[in-house]
Design a protein around this ligand. Structure first.
Ligand code: MN
Length: 306
């Protein structure tokens, strides 16, 4: 099988790169629309259609940054769910700490493994998602895509949820009773003062953090290809504003991020949106780390890209 690439760029050695892309085509507990196992390869194929230039930050990030797409991390056919999740956590922990880890799911159940593998102390998990994902178990599995925020809160991380518009009364009560679970419901964000309060909350964050983006946080007209669509949701520019606030908060130390729950669909709009989102994440992280100053300092030669 051909080596996976991002925008057809050459893959750097993993210990000499700035961004590690980890495809995790994991699909075990999907409850509605299937197909998220095909998301990583579809998103990477869509990156070939992106321009290198980021019109927001006015630079071409890969002139300054190296990128590495790893081989897909797959579940062995005979492996149980528990063993898969343990192995994914160990693998995430084994990767070099300095580069940004960008995981492409796959279902949302991979997020706790990635976070636990990359953050050795409790921090903040910023979640863009239509669902609260706080169930203790779902359809007989503790590892369901409906449970990741429960596991992360149990592990001591503070959770900031954005865009939620589908939850159980039990989940709502849990959010109300736990100051470590902050939730900005999707409809509240229609009110300018609530949107402003969300941006203020993101600006006030500090310490180690992880950003997880369930693609169903978007309005389904923007991203129709998700496993469990919900009406309402973020616009493209709202999502960008939130990501920008996270990435340019200098007191937040982003350990990595993931894009999950995409289901490829014939129009390719959903995959292209995820691909462009990944490009913005990489570009803005690179800018926030001042990697654009490398050529001036002479510490990095320009990558040879077509
Ligand atoms: Mn969701």
């Amino acid at each position: 099988m051909a080596e996976a690439r991002y925008q057809r760029l050459p893959n750097r050695a993993v210990d000499a790169t700035d961004v590690i892309v980890l495809p995790v085509p994991y699909e075990q507990t999907v409850s509605y629309k299937g197909g998220t196992a095909r998301a990583p390869e579809t998103i990477l194929a869509a990156t070939e259609q992106l321009e290198y230039y980021d019109e927001d930050q006015r630079w071409s990030p890969f002139k300054y940054m190296g990128i590495t797409v790893l081989a897909p991390f797959e579940k062995h056919p005979q492996e149980g769910e528990r063993d898969f999740h343990r192995r994914l956590q160990q693998y995430a922990a084994s990767l070099p700490a300095k580069p940004l880890l960008l995981a492409l799911g796959g279902e949302h159940s991979i997020t706790p493994d990635l976070v636990q593998g990359r953050m050795n102390a409790p921090g903040t998990v910023i979640v863009l998602d239509a669902h609260a994902d706080l169930r203790r178990e779902f359809e007989g599995s503790r590892f369901s895509h409906a449970c990741p925020m429960h596991h992360l809160r149990e592990a001591g991380h503070e959770i900031l949820m954005v865009g939620v518009r589908s939850l159980l009364d039990e989940e709502a009560r849990r959010i109300d009773g736990d100051p470590g679970l902050r939730c900005f419901l999707d409809r509240e964000l229609q009110r300018p003062e609530c949107w402003r309060a969300l941006l203020d909350a993101i600006h006030a964050l500090s310490g180690p953090a992880w950003l997880t983006i369930d693609m169903d946080v978007f309005n389904p007209a923007v991203v129709p290809g998700v496993g469990t669509p919900q009406p309402g949701g973020l616009s493209w520019y709202q999502a960008l504003a939130l990501i920008e606030a996270c990435l340019f908060n200098q007191r937040l130390r982003l350990r990595g991020c993931d894009l999950v729950e995409l289901v490829p669909e014939p129009s390719c709009v959903s995959a292209m949106t995820a691909a462009k989102l990944s490009h913005k994440l990489i570009s803005w992280w690179g800018k926030s780390q001042r990697l654009d100053e490398r050529l001036e300092r002479g510490s990095q030669t320009e990558v040879d890209y077509h």
